[in-house]
Design a protein around this ligand. Structure first.
Ligand SMILES: Cc1cc2nc3c(=O)[nH]c(=O)nc-3n(C[C@H](O)[C@H](O)[C@H](O)COP(=O)(O)OP(=O)(O)OC[C@H]3O[C@@H](n4cnc5c(N)ncnc54)[C@H](O)[C@@H]3O)c2cc1C
Length: 598
């Protein structure tokens, strides 16, 4: 089944839910509606025609390691060449760095479309984006001169080398070493595991950003530095020299994402791996966060993309597969399973979760852009707070929903969903990793209740809740039954979220263990309210537009129906989550191994 980038839904999410209009003319003076539309249309052509056809084949015929060389899935290298030629990688980088100076939000829309087309192809491109951002932020002039142009164009790709067998969520255990040579360079030695696109055949060079320890570094995360380690040395003129002593020594066999090479990387097996310090000594983890924050939003958007594709596939199947009679009728011909309320319920669940997570991620991206390009200090500051707050929610809520959506996609296919032939199972297997890498969703929830909530005494969270309440008031005033119903559910869920927030802020003064115990249900509740707020805003805009000449009423009423379904289901459920958030750790402490094993 083919994939079609949902350009119309993306436009709707950008404009009617995520506040993209604030970027046009203001923060980005050259940006116009026509330009945005043209880019989205071209993006769709590339993703639908070039990348999407590779998806199934890359699952069956994943990356292979042959004599130290990683061969990517059939068609990947050619699709990547077209990605570079089309300038897709440089969309949102500043013109001064060779980019096109467009909003990061458009790059996020590209991540959405690319992941819908083929998640294992898309993931390679987003790591390069993160590497560019890190070098731009903390690189020396020389590092920027030598590495940025080729990374921005996509001719070279980037990686993120954090994980080691004993250092996963807790990077304080990183053991990879960096010894100063005396000429400003460092000899790197150690092994990294699970490195995405650590080696491949799609680009002439790979720029590894590696976390390692200097000889006299303090213990813990405060003793980690970041190094730039090219696969192939680069001379002073930017030309390629000899191979560096860095090699892929193994590829992981995975549950999904087969087209993405997940590499075991050996640095300095011959004692000849040379890198340069990127940023200050011992500030590596902090600086790596520049890359990780961008990657976290991108992983959230991966969830949106793969969920979109699972939805499209499930809808096509539900319209085609016939079973049972017309609901409520005992005889007559078999009907498409789409007719059955329970199947529709699943389809609406899928669609509403896709739309809600897309809106959250796009709003996060708009906040990212306004935090850097907003017209005043006040606008930049306010949006920075929204960006920080939404990043763990975008990552974890969207990828948790992607797991729900892709699982429902299998369910809609019945037995055929469990058979690989339909492709529904691939989406479920691929989506699973998004809740794990880039900081597990449990770690995202801890970030939300820790740094994000307690860091400003709850100010950003409270401002968000106030925004949800005012959206509920506006929906109530809009004067339709559907919007009034959404308004009631949204206001109730916002009250519940506020109760959870207040409880967590007060518990934080007594016992962080109670706070941590409620972290995951809190993130779920927060994401559900945020999604409900954006969908209600979209439904309000759709309702208003229905009266306009030439309006596509079917499409607009679809947005209202999806938002209403979400309000009745997800928002109602969200209101009940306060009990889980505020239960504290008492029940959990009883779950000691003796209890679990009987
Ligand atoms: C396909 C794939 C691609 C990857 N790509 C990269 C890459 O490109 N670069 C890279 O550096 N890494 C990469 N990773 C590694 C990935 O980021 C880690 O797997 C992830 O961060 C989790 O670390 P871990 O596997 O060691 O799990 P652990 O840290 O052992 O976690 C196990 C469980 O314990 C929980 N847990 C751990 N600590 C805490 C805590 N303090 N509080 C509450 N719960 C906790 C976790 O949430 C999780 O549920 C990749 C992994 C995979 C599988």
């Amino acid at each position: 089944m083919s994939y079609a980038t949902p350009v119309r839904d993306m436009q709707f999410a950008l404009r009617q839910m995520a506040g993209y209009g604030a970027l046009e003319g203001g923060a980005y003076p050259e940006l116009t509606g026509d330009l945005t539309s043209a880019i989205l249309e071209e993006m769709a052509k590339y993703c639908d025609n070039v990348v999407a056809p590779l998806n199934g084949e890359s699952d069956a015929n994943g990356a292979r390691l042959e004599n130290g060389v990683v061969r990517t899935s059939p068609g990947f290298a050619d699709a990547y060449r077209q990605y570079v030629e089309g300038g897709w990688g440089s969309l949102a980088f500043p013109e001064t760095a060779g980019g096109q100076g467009l909003p990061g939000t458009l790059a996020v829309a590209l991540v959405d479309a690319l992941n819908g087309a083929c998640m294992s192809f898309a993931i390679g491109t987003t790591l390069t984006t993160g590497a560019v951002k890190a070098i731009e932020a903390v690189g020396t002039e020389e590092q920027k001169r030598l590495f940025l142009p080729k990374l921005v164009s996509g001719e070279w790709t980037g990686t993120m080398n954090l994980t080691e067998p004993q250092a996963g969520s807790d990077l304080s255990g990183v053991r990879t070493k960096a010894e100063p040579v005396g000429d400003g360079t460092y000899r790197i030695s150690g092994q990294k595991i699970y490195i995405t696109y650590g080696e491949h055949d799609m680009a002439d060079n790979i720029v590894h950003l590696v976390l390692a320890r200097l000889p006299d570094a303090p213990e813990g995360t405060g003793g980690i530095s970041m190094f730039l380690v090219p696969k192939v040395h680069v001379d002073a003129d930017g030309g390629l020299g000899a191979r560096n002593d860095v090699a892929c020594v193994g590829l992981e066999e995975k549950m999904g994402l087969h087209g993405s090479p997940t590499c075991v990387m050996a640095f300095g097996e011959q004692g000849e791996c040379v890198g340069t310090l990127l940023g200050e000594e011992n500030k590596g983890l902090r600086n790596m966060f520049v890359m990780m924050n961008s990657a976290r939003l991108d992983v959230g958007v991966q969830g949106v993309g793969v969920a979109e594709r699972a939805f499209q596939r499930a809808l096509a199947y539900a319209l085609d597969r016939t079973q049972g009679r017309e609901p409520g009728v005992k005889s007559g011909p078999q009907v498409a399973i789409y007719k059955h309320p329970d199947v529709r319920r699943m389809l609406y669940s899928m669609k509403s979760m896709v739309e809600a997570s897309r809106a959250i991620c796009y709003a996060n991206a708009v906040a990212y852009d306004l935090a850097r390009h907003g017209e005043s200090e006040d606008v930049r500051k306010r949006n920075k707070a929204v960006e920080e707050l939404l990043t763990p929610i975008s990552k974890a809520w969207s990828t948790d929903r992607a797991n729900d959506v892709t699982s429902l996609g299998v369910q809609i296919h019945g037995g055929m969903g469990y058979i690989e032939e339909t492709g529904a199972a691939q989406h479920m297997r691929d989506a699973r990793i998004a809740a794990i890498y880039e900081g597990t969703n449990g770690i995202q929830a801890m970030d939300l209740v820790g740094r994000k909530l307690q860091g400003d005494g709850g100010a950003a969270a409270k401002a968000f809740i106030a925004e949800a309440r005012s959206e509920a008031a506006a929906a109530k005033d809009a004067g339709t039954d559907d919007l009034a119903r959404m308004a009631t559910r949204l206001a109730k869920a916002a009250d519940a979220l506020e109760a959870s927030t207040d409880w967590l802020l007060s518990a934080a003064k007594r016992d962080q263990v109670d706070v941590l115990a409620g972290a995951t249900p809190y993130l779920r509740q927060f994401g559900s309210v945020a999604g409900g707020m954006y969908l209600a805003r979209g439904a309000r805009a759709a309702t208003a537009a229905m009266g306009e000449a030439g309006a596509d009423k079917a499409y607009l009423s679809g947005r209202v129906a999806v938002a209403r379904f979400y309000a009745d289901n997800t928002l109602s459920e969200a209101s009940g989550l306060t009990e889980a958030v505020t239960a504290g750790a008492d029940a959990l402490t009883e779950l000691d191994p003796a209890v679990l094993t009987g």
